[in-house]
Each structure stands twice: as structure tokens, then as C-alpha cells.
Design a protein around this ligand. Structure first.
Ligand SMILES: *Cc1c(COP(=O)(O)O)cnc(C)c1O
Ligand SMILES: [Zn+2]
Length: 409
């Protein structure tokens, strides 16, 4: 027995039994997985965790939607490093700053947490084929985790997806479709194909278990900080599943009594595509926007999980901030040079948001902050080279080398 009470629609409140292939509510609303925290508390605590040597996301299995005898499928996901960066804290004018580098996951993004969960649930449900549409990382992580788990994949990405992600998809043997159109159109085609062929659906938000995988990033942050809740957790937002997962993981930890308050979540979007932040900042229903940013993973004009995302921001007393592409580029180099963490554009967007809030004097001096890096910079080399330029060239000639670096002795 797992510890799920039921799945509940975030729109109308209807409840459903937690079948492993459940999708959305009859009303179209997204489902949330509701746990029996009272029972979980009796067997899950700091001591139990301290003795557990499983260095993966599955170390929190009492809080995860899998059966007790389910063997997790997929790659070795989770327990990514949480680096303290005192130099960055100084620059931002805050007490402590941590970088949670989820780009070190096996296919190099936080999406591995959702995909490992997806292949595990697909196998629980008895499927042999799994499908999704994605801006790129959900796709490449699904392809990798499915390859490990022995599942077939049908995957749809917008043709604009960076080459690194396409290369991963081809290598992992996905049945890949690069859609000539926006992410919105990509999603529509995947939906039509999945509806027709009945594959296991790993589409963001539609499948309620994906956020449950993603939430383990927040479980880890709590454990890595010895259950001292930070004041803020900053994260970049596209469809809204990641921020929803971050909130859910913090909520879990609060409900089982491992942290004493829920940190405020900082939602960072690109100025050129910020439907969720706009909805919160103007307190109006979200509206579709153009996908006008080079941060491809968060170029989501029609977010699939706006209700949960808005809930995560509001329920945590969160902050919204939008950043320009130039600010994202600046943060990318800053983080690489000052922390040794090379993130893709959407991966460093949370840090760009913190840099902006700091400049605007909106970060309290005594704040302890975690910034999540959601994807690795090697995914998108073209953008990176554009930002940093070409390397210095030199013949095999010491004098020329010294001249170019202004060295002498
Ligand atoms: C998917 C993704 C995000 C945003 O997650 P959503 O669930 O779409 O909000 C941020 N950064 C990276 C690198 C991603 O791949
Ligand atoms: Zn409903």
C-alpha cells in the first residue's frame, strides 16, 4: 500500500482513485495527489532518513506515489549537490545563498525526476510505450529513462529545440517528431496521437505523478539543509509543473513535521514570455503570450499547469520577477564563473531573478536563499558561445602566448 488517500481536482475538488495511468479530471482540471500524512509520520522521520543509504530521489518513497513493492525504473536520478556560495551571497547582499545544481542528473536536467517517475508508473500500469511533448528536456529525460527501463517512446518537440537536446533524443532511440510550430502546436499534435494510440501519457500536468517526482528536489533541499527551512527558494517557470513540485515537496516536509514553515517561492519567468507571473502580479486569469525568449525550456506561451503554479506562489507568500534575455545571459556567465555551475538559459533564470531582486533592494539582508539550477549548459552550446565569444587562438609559440595574456617574467 502506498500512502495516497486519493487524487483531487484542483479546480472542482472531485476525487479519484489513484490509478497509475490516471490523467485529468472530467472537468478538465489538473489532479493533485493527496497523502495520508498522519500515517506517513509514523514511519518516516529524520532518523529513518539518516539511516537510509539510497542516494536517489526514491529515498523519500513514503512520500511518493508508488506501491510498496514497486521497483523504481529509469536512471539514477536525484541527490544533486547543494552548494553554498558565500561569494554570491555577498554580491546579492543576503545571509546565505545555496545553488541546487539539478543539471547533474543523468540526462542533465531536473526533468529526470519526473521522467523516472513516469517510466515507473507506466510499468506499474502495464504499458510498453510512453509518449510526451516537451520544449526539450522532458523529452530527452523521458527518452533516456525509457531506454533504461525498456519502454518505447513517441516524442514531440518544437523544431526550435537546441541541438544538444535533439542529439540526446536521437541517441536514446526515441521515435522523435520535430514539429514545425510552437510548443503549443507541438502539444496539440502529441495529444491527438496519444488519444488515438493510447500510449502512457507523460505530458506535463496532464499526468499528476510527474510533479510528485519533481517535488523530490525540495525534499532534498530540506534534508541537505538539515531541515532548517530556507527563507526563499527561487525557480524558473514555464508550464508551472516544476514550481508546483517545489511547493508540494516543501508542503510534504512541513506536513510530516520535518520543517517548521514553508519557504516563500520566487517565481522567475522571461520578460518575453511570462503568462503565470503576469496572472499573479495583475491578479487576473492567465492569458496566452508569445514565446519570445531564447530560454527555450521556459518559452511556454500556453502553460499547462497554471492553477498549481499560481497556487504555489500565492500559498507560499511568493514573489514574481521577470528577467530579460540579457539578464539571463549575464546570470549564466556569472554563475559559471563564480560557482562553477554552468546552466542552460532556463537553468540560470532563477539566479537572474535573484540578481534583479537584489538590485531592486527587494532581498532582506538576513535571508537564506536557495536557487535551483534546472538544466545543464551543455544542452545549448550555441547560446553559450554567443554569450562568451570565441577562445583566444595561438600557435605553438610561448612568446605569442605570453603576449596575448600580457604575461612576462
Ligand atoms: C522544464 C524546465 C523548466 C520549467 O519547468 P516547468 O514545469 O515547465 O515550469 C525550467 N528549466 C528547465 C531547464 C526546464 O527544462
Ligand atoms: Zn474537476
Amino acid at each position: 500500500m502506498n500512502h495516497i488517500k486519493y487524487c483531487q481536482c484542483v479546480k472542482c475538488g472531485a476525487t479519484y482513485a489513484p490509478a497509475p495511468d490516471i490523467t485529468t479530471c472530467e472537468c478538465g482540471g489538473i489532479l493533485d495527489v493527496i497523502y495520508d500524512y498522519e500515517t506517513i509520520k509514523t514511519k518516516f522521520n529524520k532518523e529513518v532518513l539518516a539511516k537510509r543509504d539510497d542516494p536517489t530521489m526514491w529515498r523519500y518513497r513514503e512520500l511518493l506515489p508508488i506501491e510498496e513493492d514497486t521497483v523504481p525504473a529509469g536512471l539514477r536520478v536525484g541527490m544533486s549537490p547543494l552548494y553554498e556560495a558565500a561569494n554570491i551571497a555577498r554580491d546579492l547582499g543576503v545571509k546565505r545563498l545555496y545553488i541546487k545544481d539539478d543539471g547533474v542528473n543523468p540526462t542533465a536536467s531536473l526533468k529526470d525526476r519526473a521522467s523516472a517517475m513516469a517510466v515507473t508508473k507506466a510499468i506499474e500500469a502495464g504499458y510498453d510505450t510512453i509518449a510526451c511533448s516537451s520544449t526539450g528536456n522532458a523529452a530527452s529525460s523521458l527518452a533516456g529513462n525509457a531506454a533504461k527501463a525498456g519502454l518505447k517512446t513517441y516524442i514531440f518537440v518544437p523544431a526550435r529545440a537546441p541541438k544538444g537536446k535533439i542529439a540526446q533524443l536521437m541517441m536514446f532511440g526515441a521515435n522523435l517528431t520535430a514539429v514545425d510550430g510552437s510548443y503549443e502546436e507541438t502539444f496539440e499534435l502529441s495529444k491527438a496521437a496519444i488519444d488515438k494510440y493510447g500510449w502512457y501519457n507523460r505530458n506535463a500536468a496532464i499526468n499528476p505523478y510527474l510533479s510528485e517526482g519533481k517535488k523530490t528536489v525540495a525534499h532534498e533541499i530540506c534534508e541537505q539543509l538539515h531541515f532548517e527551512a530556507p527563507d526563499f527558494v527561487a525557480v524558473s517557470v514555464g508550464d508551472g509543473c516544476t514550481i508546483a513540485g517545489v511547493y508540494k515537496g516543501l508542503y510534504d516536509m512541513y506536513m510530516v513535521g520535518l520543517i517548521d514553515r514553508i519557504p516563500r517561492i520566487i517565481s522567475v519567468q522571461a520578460q518575453g514570455c511570462c503568462p503565470i507571473n503576469t496572472a499573479v502580479m495583475t491578479d487576473t486569469p492567465w492569458q496566452p503570450q508569445e514565446e519570445n525568449t531564447f530560454a527555450d525550456s521556459i518559452a511556454v506561451g500556453v502553460p499547462r499547469n497554471p492553477d498549481k503554479a499560481v497556487g504555489a506562489i500565492k500559498n507560499s507568500g511568493g514573489i514574481c520577477v521577470n528577467v530579460t534575455d540579457d539578464e539571463i545571459r549575464e546570470a549564466q556567465q556569472y554563475l559559471a564563473k563564480n560557482a562553477g555551475v554552468f546552466g542552460e538559459p532556463a537553468g540560470v533564470t532563477a539566479t537572474a531573478g535573484l540578481m534583479k531582486l537584489s538590485r531592486e533592494g527587494k532581498l532582506p539582508k538576513d535571508a537564506v536563499i536557495v536557487s535551483i539550477v534546472t538544466g545543464n549548459g551543455l544542452k545549448d552550446i550555441e547560446s553559450a558561445i554567443k554569450a562568451v565569444g570565441e577562445p583566444m587562438h595561438c600557435k605553438n609559440d610561448l612568446a605569442e602566448f605570453e603576449k596575448k595574456f600580457g604575461l612576462s617574467r
